[in-house]
Design a protein around this ligand. Structure first.
Ligand code: IPE
Ligand code: IPE
Ligand code: MG
Length: 230
């Protein structure tokens, strides 16, 4: 029988790591790396949808990243504000629906407000869904779901548990890309990545090109997903 390979992923998730080291290499402040990363994030997400992917989840800020120095965090928050101000109209035009996962109460109040507006303005977009994970942690997501299940007082199965997570509206990622050399998941989609295919690259996120995206997609397309079966 012919081997069934994976084709185009329906859902790609990306751990956008390496902005700080990208800046350091150029003797620039870390914030310059984050700015370059944001610029790349915008063009990369468009390239991803152009290739027929329907959902793209980007890890922009982890729960643990919130313990970084205030100066860096304030710089990141300024970039988030800019991103939403400048890009929501463009996303709406391209029919890309924007969704946020993460604990917005950990962020400055105005950002929560801007995010809600961005989600509203892009609601129902048919091209695809761009999910930004901001103030997100996989363990925190699981723990919130466990506590909700306990509150409801009834045992849950896998499907019911998945529906208590912040990712309840999306299928699990097919392909997870991590840039920036590290070989770890750093508290990203822990429950959801049980059978996700991984692609790790040394490339620092601002340098991750469309060409390398195609290499990741080609690597994915050739894989055989078995889910533990024969
Ligand atoms: C990833 O880049 C972006 C965020 C975590 C906000 P880093 O800031 O972790 O960059 P490195 O890993 O220090 O190079
Ligand atoms: C993971 O990168 C989080 C994001 C890219 C948002 P980190 O830089 O925080 O991961 P560690 O600290 O190297 O594990
Ligand atoms: Mg990092």
């Amino acid at each position: 029988m012919k081997e069934q390979t994976a084709g185009v992923p329906h859902h790609i998730a990306i751990i956008m790591d390496g902005n700080g080291r990208w800046a350091k290499k150029r003797l620039l402040p870390r914030g310059a790396g984050h700015r370059a990363g944001l610029k790349r994030m915008i063009s990369l997400s468009e390239a991803i949808f152009e290739r027929g992917v329907k959902i793209c989840t980007l890890f922009a800020l982890s729960t643990e990243n919130l313990s970084r120095p205030q100066e860096e965090l304030q710089g990141l928050f300024t970039l988030f504000r800019e991103y939403f101000e400048k890009n929501v109209a463009r996303l709406a035009e391209k029919e890309i629906e924007l969704k946020i996962i993460g604990n917005l109460t950990l962020l400055p109040e105005d950002i929560g407000e801007i995010i809600r507006k961005g989600e509203e303005q892009t609601r129902g977009g048919q091209t695809g869904t761009l999910v930004l994970a901001i103030g997100y942690g996989g363990r925190q997501d699981i723990l919130a779901a466990v506590n909700e299940a306990v509150r409801r007082g009834k045992e849950v199965n896998e499907k019911e548990f998945s529906s208590l997570l912040s990712t309840k509206d999306f299928p699990e990622p097919d392909l997870l890309i991590r840039t920036g050399k590290e070989l770890r998941i750093s508290n990203f989609l822990l429950w959801q990545s049980a059978y996700t295919e991984f692609y790790f690259t040394d490339t620092l996120f601002p340098d991750f090109s469309d060409r390398e995206l195609d290499a990741a997609l080609a690597s994915y397309a050739a894989r055989e997903r078995r889910y533990g079966k024969l």
